[in-house]
Design a protein around this ligand. Structure first.
Ligand code: AMP
Ligand code: MG
Length: 424
């Protein structure tokens, strides 16, 4: 494991290190440096392995396919029996169905009726499609024009015994689970789930089920964070709402760091509150306190408390989601053992809205990607982009990413988008 406190100290002496205006790319790069992924492993049945991360390579114990077999319904023939320039008649010696092979070998002048997946009998080396033959009783007539080995799938063609079927660091999807099952493997070795403890900070917050008094609001961040963590396959520890009281906060930070690999909080890192939380975190751990050059989500704290990684997200509900998707997601996947961490894909698309944007920060505006009748995709911005307007996230299906140097965007320009659904 790296020693984060050493690295953090070295970091703060670096020339281009400005904890109050960190470019997005630089912040990502720094976070990655201090992450120490989970190493504990466990064995799970393939049925329970969906979303889990492989802790070792899966080696194929067998050839796939196991036998030379037919890719078509047709006839297994000896290529040498076929004529290059005319018809040949062959005797049908029997059949080879999937799961019921032909017993014996195909002799000169013979062929075997074979179905897709049927084992190619000894002697035969080519499959002729049934549509291409004239069949009468136990004889078939076959014309010219075949290639030796045609329509035949070779044993081990997809995967040879001993070969790596799936690599360590991969998260299992239904396709991988199917592949593992096709090898007859019933259990896999995966990393234990990442434990993430989280709480909301703020005197104004109440949880669902409590009637808010004047000036109080419902806590929503804990619920979005819960959802985002669950999607990433984390084990979640919801620690509720903690009031802006140094004693209560200290206790919550310590408890969270003892229970989890990662601690995530929301609120309490903006101007005014920041110094107070900063002092506390300096006492309990080590924090690179960041204002990231982004919008929304400028205040974002990152560091360690005890043995746990710490992310102090902003309080505004949209900022929470944006910073989570842009920074915390990748970090959590890396900590979960994902190797490599798949980047969130982005692509360019025509923007049909005018976008307000001041140069100097990366903006993550909320967008709606849609397709017109001709099949062309374009993006428009959701309404007001205020960082407290959670509805803008709910309506959006993508982020429109506008780089630091970018100013206002006129409708009709290509912009970079990052699709949310299925990815984030
Ligand atoms: P803060 O960073 O704590 O100053 O919070 C910034 C804004 O986000 C304030 O308007 C808070 O009321 C709001 N906020 C903070 N935490 C939450 C939360 N858990 N759910 C909803 N809104 C919140
Ligand atoms: Mg607050």
């Amino acid at each position: 494991m790296n020693d984060p406190s050493q690295s953090l100290r070295a970091l703060s002496c670096a020339d281009d290190y400005d904890p109050n205006s960190m470019p997005v790319a630089k912040a990502r790069e720094l976070i990655v440096r201090f992450l120490s992924p989970v190493t504990a492993i466990e064995r799970v049945h393939v049925r329970s392995a969906l979303g889990r991360v492989l802790a070792e390579d899966v080696i194929s114990p067998l050839n796939v396919p196991a036998h030379d077999n037919s890719a078509m319904d047709g006839y297994a023939v000896r290529f040498a029996d076929l004529k290059g320039d005319g018809d040949v008649a062959l005797k049908v010696a029997g059949s080879a169905f999937a799961g019921a092979p032909f017993k014996g070998a195909v002799k000169a002048g013979e062929c075997v009726r074979i179905m897709t997946g049927g084992v190619v009998p000894p002697g035969a080396d080519t499959i002729v499609m049934q549509e291409h033959v004239k069949a009468e009783k136990d004889r078939v007539t076959i014309g010219p024009g075949y290639r030796k080995g045609q329509n035949l799938r070779r044993a081990g063609e997809d995967l040879a015994a001993g070969q790596v079927a799936l690599k360590r660091g991969l998260a299992l999807r239904p396709a991988e689970i199917g592949l593992i099952s096709s090898l007859g493997i019933g259990e896999v070795t995966v990393y234990r789930r990442l434990r993430v403890a989280f709480f909301s900070t703020g005197d104004e917050l109440v949880s669902i089920g409590t009637v808010p008094a004047a000036g109080q609001i419902y806590d929503s961040n804990r619920y979005t964070i819960h959802g985002m963590l669950t999607r990433l396959g984390c084990e979640v520890i919801d620690m509720g709402v903690v009031h802006d009281d140094p004693k209560l906060l200290e206790r919550a930070f310590v408890e969270a760091a003892e229970a989890a690999d990662v601690v995530i909080t929301s609120g309490g890192v903006s101007v005014g509150e920041a110094d107070f939380v900063k002092d506390l975190l300096n006492k309990l751990g080590e924090v690179v306190f960041w204002k990231i050059a982004m919008k929304p989500g400028r205040p974002l704290a990152y560091g360690r408390i005890g043995g746990a990684h710490f992310f102090g997200l902003p309080g505004n509900p949209v900022s929470v989601m944006v910073t989570f998707y842009q920074f915390v997601r990748d970090a959590l996947l890396k900590l979960s053992g994902r190797d490599p961490v798949p980047p969130l894909p982005t692509f360019k698309v025509l923007c049909v809205s005018n976008l307000k944007k001041a140069p100097g920060r990366t903006e993550f505006q909320r967008g709606i990607l849609s397709q017109d009748a001709a099949g062309n995709w374009s993006v428009r911005v959701t309404g007001d982009q205020g960082s407290g307007i959670l509805r803008s996230m709910a309506e959006a299906n993508c982020f429109i990413i506008l780089p630091d140097v970018q100013g206002n965007v006129a409708a009709g320009t290509l912009v970079e988008v990052q699709v949310m659904e299925g990815v984030v």
